[in-house]
Write a protein of this length. Sequence first.
Length: 245
Amino acid sequence: MSGSMILGGDDPEEIEIRLMNLARQLLGENPFKTFAENCDKTLGEWISLLTKTTLPSNITSSDPRIITAFQAVDNAICNQGSDLLRRLAYIQLNRLFVSLEAIIRSDRENWRVPRKPCQRDATVAIDIYMTAQPGKSNPGNLRRGLKERKRRGRVWSDLARPSSLLVSPLIVLIYSGAAEPIIKMDAATLNLVAAGILKECPANLLSICTSLADKAESAVRSNQPIDMRQIAAEEIRQSLSSEIS
């Protein structure tokens, strides 16, 4: 889906107006309320998904836990997940690929796992992802489908970026249902939309998203129980109280 189709024409002022209107549509009238409701529905499932898909350090690309993680995230995307959990699962899929490609690169540089000559890390990662799939689909069709799934993971990650260096997954819980079609946009338009959303979104809400995500991921890595719904409700309440006062 091209940028001109979404934003209309080439006039910069017209594009800016349409961009801001689209950002407001995605955020809705009350992004704090939307975020609070979506957290209540989704945070427990997200913590469970993180627990199943966070890779340990110092593993090789042949570790079976990588396949298990891919299968867990695919289950959330393709089978059991709500639309909200699916957004988070796509981001986790993208993170798995980033981690796996780094592991593959380390394996190659340290000669830990045999590799074919001139085989790219991204190609090896897709090959590993293919082995996590059930059934015996046509390999060409399967690879194309998985590449599209990976692309969607990058799109949702781009929409969860409060800065160029940081992905904060819970940002996607701010968005209304109108966000679903934009994953078909081209990359250039998507970057414009993401920038417009961040400009329109309350800064303190973005901070809450980042803080909650950091706390959840830290708890998962340290294997500590955490009631994210209670923590989210308290952080939102405090933020709204500070705005009123």
